[in-house]
Design a protein around this ligand. Structure first.
Ligand code: GLC
Ligand code: CA
Length: 534
């Protein structure tokens, strides 16, 4: 079945947020030896690859997305030897390892930035984006930070501003200077030589900014919530020259055997698809975040899936995401009753699925008491903290019912609070319950991985005539599966006899039904999803 396909096409990607997976040394923060101890569990989820959020040395102003050294491991997470051991174990279990690469910006403590800011004449001055103040002494233009406030900070010593679209401690590199790209390619090479299988590339669509640093226009349709979206980001995002940078990164990967990169890109289809590259010489996968951003309604989701399928360039491989460390938990967004339907959708659509740790348990956003709020956008903007804060989806993994949920030793204070329901919602309890969310998730991933129709088959939407239902077939050779998802609580009877006489239940969200169903009078109960073999 894997014959002509790459691992990153047929496998499921599982994202681990290292701070929150498993603490092994009693400091309340997850680490690499901790992840290593839990690999058997990861493998039991039938996933093909693990993506680790950043593990590099960092002052942690943005929890590791402010990198102070691209070629080492933060002592909090372990050592390079721990990393090598982890990589070897991941490979020994038949999985791949993807690292988070954060090329757009460094930490302000990175030696490159220390040099750059030391004087206007420093050879690395131009490695970052420095500009004189505006005539009134203010920032050079109107650009803003995703995390609140202006995108510019004045360096008193040299009298110029530097650009940062995230926290002030994340100065942005200047990829219009070829030396910067050469340096970053060198950092990537370090990990490729070590054997990592790929990179998830952070904010790849922001890597080049307008050469003239023009002001961005105000968006007349701004909803008034997040000040960063008051402007239309036409000069800080998706600049044409970014594709040259990405092609160089891809060319490096192509020097090695079967490595990949997946790019973090929040853009609409038309622009998003350009990141495959005109000759498929850019990212292997441009992250497709539509299931996160769209309202959870059957017809809306059907339309966006159909549109995405239609917009994909011929030969472009699709991908789908339900959650990550920047987005509220899927079970919270869609509601607990829909959590299984959402996973069934993710894991039966055509294209590589990315799963966020804990979603397989049905973990929800964890309310963070004000004194524990740590995430910079929430700290900087308390009025909208409940919308932009990311702590709630980054809480410790729930392994068992013991104090600290097995994430850290009893008595240790975890870096973020545990969910209140961890004694019921955890790996140990759910593994012992054949009808749990975890058991459902494992059955679903096992089904996906054993079915050519689901991993590589064609997709076609099916009309049901019912507003709340989204149905489709996945077909490969003789194998044909029908997926019917009920996005609401009401029961419906539908007639799908055009597809055949009957279908055999392969999996349902309720984990109870087996046998054959007549397609002429198919009952779909509230919040149910079913996969039938036709
Ligand atoms: C990406 C990361 C996010 C981080 C930001 C700045 O969006 O996913 O967590 O804060 O980039 O690096
Ligand atoms: Ca630790």
């Amino acid at each position: 079945m894997n014959g002509n396909f790459h691992w990153w096409q047929t496998g499921i990607i599982y994202q681990i947020y290292p701070r929150s997976f498993q603490d092994s040394n009693g400091d309340g923060i997850g680490d690499l030896p901790g992840i290593r101890q839990r690999l058997k569990y990861v493998q039991s989820l039938n996933v093909g690859a693990v993506w680790l959020s950043p593990i590099y040395p960092s002052p942690m102003h943005d929890f590791g997305y402010d990198v102070a050294d691209y070629t080492d491991i933060h002592p909090m997470f372990g050592t390079l030897a721990d990393f090598d051991a982890l990589l070897a174990d991941v490979h020994a279990r038949g999985m791949k390892l993807i690292l988070d690469l954060v090329p757009n910006h460094t930490s302000n403590e990175h030696p490159w930035f220390r040099e750059s800011r030391s004087s206007r004449a420093n050879p690395k001055r131009d490695w970052y984006i420095w500009r004189d103040p505006a005539p009134d002494g203010g920032p050079p233009n109107n650009w803003t930070s995703f995390f609140g406030g202006p995108a510019w900070t004045l360096d008193e010593q040299t009298g110029q501003y530097y650009l940062h679209q995230f926290v002030t401690q994340q100065p942005e590199l200047n990829y219009r200077n070829p030396a910067v790209l050469e340096a970053m390619l060198g950092e990537m090479r370090f990990w490729l030589e070590r054997g990592v299988d790929g990179f998830r590339v952070d904010v790849i669509w922001l890597m080049i900014k307008d050469a003239e640093l023009r002001d961005e226009p105000v968006d007349p349709n701004w909803d008034g919530v997040n000040p960063h979206f008051r402007l239309q980001h036409i000069y800080t995002q998706d600049q044409p020259e970014v594709h040259d940078v990405i092609r160089r990164m891809r060319a490096l990967l192509d020097e090695y055997d079967d490595r990949m990169m997946v790019g973090e890109i929040y853009l609409h289809n038309e622009q998003l698809m350009t990141y495959y590259g005109a000759d498929f010489d850019e990212v292997h996968l441009p992250f497709n975040f539509q299931l996160i951003l769209a309202p959870w309604e059957a017809q809306t989701v059907r339309r966006l899936v159909d549109q995405y399928e239609a917009d994909l360039p011929a030969g472009g491989w699709p991908n789908w995401v339900l959650g990550n460390h920047d987005q509220h938990r899927v079970a919270t967004r869609v509601g607990a009753a829909q959590a299984r339907v959402a996973q069934m959708l993710l894991l039966t659509l055509r294209g590589t699925p990315t799963c966020y740790y804990g979603d397989e348990l049905g973990m929800e956003n964890v309310p963070i008491p004000p004194e524990f709020v740590q995430d910079p956008p929430a700290v900087n903007q308390p009025e909208i903290a409940h919308i932009v804060g990311r702590d709630p989806e980054r809480t410790p993994m729930q392994w068992d019912a013991s104090p600290n949920a097995g994430f850290a030793a009893p008595g240790v204070q975890p870096w973020l609070p545990l969910a209140l329901d961890y004694a019921q919602r955890n790996v140990a309890v759910e593994s012992g319950d054949p009808r749990s969310m975890l058991s459902f998730f494992r059955a679903l991933t096992a089904l996906r991985q054993s079915s050519a129709a689901l991993t590589v088959g064609d997709y076609a939407a099916v009309d049901t005539g019912v507003e709340n239902l989204f149905a489709y077939t996945r077909t490969h050779g003789d194998e044909r599966l029908l997926v019917v998802l009920n996005f609401a609580g009401s029961t419906h009877r539908i007639d799908l006899s055009a597809l055949g006489k009957e279908g055999e239940i392969v999996l349902s969200t309720g984990m109870e039904s087996t046998g054959k169903l007549r397609l002429r009078a198919l009952y779909v109960v509230g919040n149910e999803g079913i996969v039938l073999r036709l």
